[in-house]
Design a protein around this ligand. Sequence first.
Ligand code: XCC
Length: 638
Amino acid sequence: MDCLSCHSGEQKPHDEVTRFMYKQARQDGMETIYERFAKQQPQCGFGTLGICCTLCTDGPCQITRKASRGVCGADADLMVARNLLLKCAQGTVANVYHARNVALTLKAVGEGKADYDIADEAKLKRIAGLFGIDGKASSKKLAYELGSFFIQQINSNDYEPLKLTETLALPKRLEVWRKLDILPGGPNSEAATALSKCMTNVNNDPVDLLLHCLRLGIANEYAGLYGITSIQEILTGTASPNIGEVNIGVFDPATVNILAHGHQPLLAIKILEVAASKEYIEKAKKAGASGIKVYGSLCEGQQIFNIAKKYKGVFAGQVGNWIQQEFILATGVVDVMAFDYNCVMPTMADFAAKYHTKMISTDRVIRQRGVERMEYAPDRALVIARDIADKAIEYFGKRPAKTHIPSTKTQAMAGFTTESVVSALGGSVQPLIDAIVSGSIKGVAAVVGCTTVRESQSGRNIKALSEELIKRNILVIGAGCCSSTMQNSHLMLPESAKKAGKKLAGVCESLGIPPCLSYGSCTDIGKIIDTVVAIARTLNVDIPALPVIASAPEYMEQKAVADAFSAVALGITLHLAPAPPVLGSKLVTEVLTETVEGLTGGKVFVDLDPVSTADKMEEVINKKREAMGLKIDKASKK
Ligand code: XCC
């Protein structure tokens, strides 16, 4: 195959607020993600198709019309499968790294060595009980035991099946995974084995490499995503619905402003407590500000937004998604950007220098050249939070003469999770099941993951697809930067029910909820699975039987690859855009889009157009409804 010249075209932010900030940054002479993307065109077609191998010094090799194999003999199928497994392993360990961090904090709480308490004791007891930890023990003992249990699971060997999976998965799923021999052991060990398989000339079986992706997907779900959300909710409180401000217009020019950016919210919670204290409000006032506020961006913001009821008056909004980060600093009113892991563009330090922001990295794996580090540790959280707040007060006095805050204010509702959905429904998932059975809700679509500037998407695909789905009476659940984009696009307020099909609108209006529900961060995808499993258990069916589907309409990085394999392993049909780098292999493309459905019940399809994507998603949902003997209402659009 020849190198394809691919996907140029004008790339601009899709929403008015971000466009305003984009223009501002350009006027100030800043190069942004849009210019960098344009300069990269045309991008390498071999990489796009996954048929480039850089593993050894006889390479780099590409598959071309004249060369069907690399120097070592690897063909297109092997190169593509190996490249994919490498990404999947990286994504899995990235989620698991986050899970291990929160488990270490939970354990430290149990040892009395952390600046945190248990926020949700009932959840701690319930989850400890699931794994046979004595629920009658004190909270501290439970925290220690449960934290230790997660750490043990994360570090266990790949030849010992994970207790997490065996305890939490539906029995029918376990059967499927056992038959395929993909029941995973410890995720880090599984990832290490995957890396060994990806060495030059070690494992030359693309199908085995793809099955390993599924193993990692399962480990990612239970040791990664489940670990993150369950432990975080024990430590920070369980999500509950609330309405708050979103997008770059949230900033208050009169206050000292701290931005918490990344994916791990534990330190941000401490910063919120410090910022809300009389001591720091007074300090901020002395510096000439009217107070001190904390904002969140990316998935960190989503997680704070989920529990924002506790931080009224100090948490002042969810600012934006991955693409928006440079434009957020271009306001000139972010005094400190405290960032952890991950999704911090390497150009952020340039923007910080231009617009006065003090950047502080707070996780040990993060580095930005020339940027100060204050590394989180459970017993240093308070000290670091105070230092961060002090720096913010200092930098308030260094703001540029001209600042630029977009005048548009946008609101959204966040805070959904299995518990809050069940409570909105009056105590069980039955009303949701009844609504699905009657056809008031045709099905449920998880629209999750990142944003990308590729193919002019920039949030456009997320917005257009979500609008299409709700018109068809399909309830949308958002997570990650998809949630942020839906929030910015006015799709996550109860009033947006009017944009939905009549039947879904009726359900939303009666419950006072939006047709697109935010479950939070991309790491909260595990909570969506939790809700789906609750429905499946109630109906005593396996996941593939349910009228449930998923989409990552602007998928971007490696954690999304791991999450994609979680979905496929769980038996969910998953839409992806842009196409993953697999099209250079007929075999891999066929396995992912067809064959795997016969194994797990899940599969992948790619479509770049939101309307035809929605058509296909609706078709899948209708087929599942039909198989369950449920009514199909094909003409349900408004
Ligand atoms: Fe957003 Fe977290 Fe980053 Fe993706 S990684 S771009 S923050 S969704 Ni999952």
